[in-house]
Design a protein around this ligand. Structure first.
Ligand code: HXC
Length: 520
């Protein structure tokens, strides 16, 4: 059959595309599937709206000539890059292709990734990186390392400009872990992904420690112990669905607000159950999740860092259709105390919300900071200061509701009025004081009780009653204007939404500076 020259050229293009779509080839794709993993392209097709993917640099090839690499070329090299939409909103994506040299990073791969990062910043859209890589391409030596450097620099420059999300869908080892660490959110997949600086073999030779990949840097480890991962998904499908849901709460860039989500949940819905939720005994716990679910639209709360530092809860929700960041002490875990990890977790979340114009709703029930040598040696001072700093620096609307305890330094840290809290409410069950009644009485009346040991218990009880009367309520703070209003718990949703509406046009600036010096 006769074929024009143009038809022949188009045929070659189609054939080359078809070959490129197979990455490292059928055998390696099969091997990838046998490991319970999807390919880079399969992941992208799950993530992006159907037909929306616009691929770039499909024909890019590495330029390495060491170790016979000049004979080993695959179109596109080890990463698939481009843009597309998720629920109709533009995103830039890169997905490392493990079927090509184990997804190891060549200089040209880094150029592909940097190109889409530059486009994302220029056009104001999130960057989503799906990582599955053996790290720096060994054959390329310093060129591969330089490639990482280029990516890291872009991660830094894009930080606070466009949201950056990392999905870890396979290995992520060595210095390569630092690109995900520089992004806003990291998601890992249980059993098939791991992140560590050095693998088990090196660990064994250096420290003598026997440890598996999973124990050293698996999803559950990073989601619960180190906090490196914000999410641990059961499988890749759940991982991609989580990334999509996360996107629905956040804006495209730092100059926009998050998309609104219409709801049939009335903004003035009251919940009588909240009037009963605080136990009569101050030492009894309740579940702050019930309060969160009660006040947000449709009870839909999207939690971040669910398994890490469970004494504080952070996550996104909608209230009156608008996206909000929720921070809540959890009385059910360690009585809701602030420790190193809780402070780090919440500080990072508060800073993300502030960078991307997401109002903060803070629910306070905190007995103070955790004490002891472990916390002091681990720098609870510096870490607690991170949260203090984050709240004090944030200029987004800040609405705070004190549910019960709000003691000492922790009271100040948790978005108090003096840290430019905009609207601060308290429930009638609030206790806003320097410390709880028992501790305070023991300090103030130690001498009196010691001098009359026979009646020390009576003295203690009498003084405690006085203290409770004076401080174990919200009225001292409300009388001084530190609390704007004492509200009935059942009205909390309505009052927060009304406050957020009021604050919609909030304008607040920070003094001019090169950058801050956050206590790191
Ligand atoms: C070149 C690599 C590679 C790498 C894997 N491959 N890693 N090629 N450079 N870094 C190749 C393999 O040779 C193999 O090629 C193919 O990818 C698949 O790898 P396998 O080993 O067969 O797969 P698997 O058994 O699943 O093991 C995956 C792995 C292992 C655990 C990632 O490949 C591995 O340990 N790779 C080296 C990891 C590493 O040390 N990287 C450097 C980290 S330091 P063929 O052709 O045989 O299929 C680093 C510095 C970054 O990254 C610094 C930034 C500042």
């Amino acid at each position: 059959m006769f074929m024009s020259i143009q038809q022949e050229k188009i045929g070659k293009l189609v054939a080359r595309r078809e070959k490129a779509l197979l990455g490292g080839g059928e055998k390696r794709i099969q091997a990838q599937h046998e490991k319970g993993k999807l390919t880079a392209r399969e992941r992208l097709s799950l993530l992006l709206d159907e037909g929306s993917f616009e691929e770039y640099d499909m024909f890019v090839r590495h330029r390495c000539t060491n170790f016979g690499m000049e004979k080993d070329h695959t179109d596109g090299d080890g990463v698939v890059t481009g843009c597309g939409t998720v629920d109709g909103r533009l995103v830039y994506v890169f997905a490392q292709d493990f079927t090509v040299s184990g997804g190891s990073l060549s200089k040209t791969m880094s150029e592909k990734i940097c190109k889409i990062m530059d486009l994302a910043v220029r056009n104001g859209a999130p960057v989503i990186g799906l990582n599955d890589s053996g790290g720096a391409r060994i054959q390329e030596g310093i060129d591969a390392l330089a490639g990482y450097g280029e990516i890291f620099e872009r991660n830094i420059l894009a930080s606070g400009v466009v949201p950056q999300i990392s999905g870890i869908f396979g290995p992520s080892a060595g210095g390569a872990v630092y690109s995900p660490a520089l992004t806003d959110f990291t998601l890992m997949v249980e059993n098939t992904s791991y992140m560590f600086l050095t693998g088990p073999a090196v660990v064994k030779s250096v420290t003598g420690e026997d440890v598996t990949q999973e124990q050293l840097g698996g999803a559950s480890v990073h989601a619960s112990k180190s906090g490196v991962a914000h999410f641990a998904a059961r499988d890749e499908q759940e991982g991609i669905a989580t990334i999509k849901k996360l996107l629905s709460f956040i804006p495209q860039n730092n100059l926009e607000t998050a998309p609104e989500r219409p709801t049939n949940d009335p903004y003035n819905r009251v919940d009588d159950a909240l009037n009963e939720i605080i136990p009569d005994s101050p030492n009894k716990a309740y579940d702050v999740y019930s309060v969160i679910r009660s006040i947000v639209d449709d009870g839909d709360f999207f939690e971040i860092h669910k398994d890490f530092a469970k004494n504080i809860i952070v996550g996104f929700a909608h209230m009156g259709g608008r996206s909000v960041g929720i921070v809540a002490n959890q009385p059910k875990v360690l009585a809701g105390v602030l420790d190193i990890n809780a402070s780090r977790k919440a500080a990072r979340f508060v800073r993300f919300c502030d960078a991307f114009n997401i109002p903060l709703v803070t629910l306070v029930d905190v007995p103070g900071f955790l004490c002891g040598t472990q916390q002091e040696y681990g720098a609870i001072i510096t870490n607690g200061a991170k949260l203090l700093y984050a709240y004090g620096e944030a200029t987004v609307p800040k609405v705070t509701v004190t549910l019960r305890k709000s003691y000492g330094g922790a009271h100040i840290v948790m978005s108090c009025k003096q840290l430019r809290g905009d609207i601060n409410y308290a429930w009638p069950s609030s206790e806003i004081a320097v410390m709880g009644a028992d501790g305070a009485v023991k300090v103030l009346y130690a001498k009196e009780m010691k001098s009359d040991p026979e009646h020390s218990e009576e003295i203690f009880q009498k003084r405690k009653e006085e203290y409770v009367e004076l401080f174990s309520n919200p009225y001292q703070a409300a009388e001084k204007g530190y609390i704007d209003d004492v509200i009935e718990p059942r009205n909390t949703r309505f009052r927060i939404i009304r406050a957020l509406c009021q604050l919609e046009g909030k304008r607040q600036e920070l003094p001019a500076k090169k950058h801050d010096n956050l206590p790191l």
